[in-house]
Design a protein around this ligand. Sequence first.
Ligand SMILES: [Zn+2]
Length: 98
Amino acid sequence: MSFLLTCPHCGPRDVNEFKFQGEVNRRPASPPTLRELGEYLHFRDNVAGPQREWWYHRAGCGLWFVAERDTRTNEVARTDVPPTLRPAPRPPDGPSAA
Ligand SMILES: [Zn+2]
């Protein structure tokens, strides 16, 4: 099975260039109970429908990003890099010497 997945950096590519890294799940409160920690580490929702997932562009730029994919049809609604993974903004350029 093959479909196109859009890397936010490289654009549309064959899904075989990527590695699926699991559904996006929420970290438990800190410090978690043993039950919360066990659920976070071992249980997944495994939805039939739209799901937010981690992907890694292993045969390309090496970017980690989140895709919203319908698990029934493999249609990808969108991909994006979460704000916490985006590079820090560059400081504005100083006055030019010219
Ligand atoms: Zn890429």
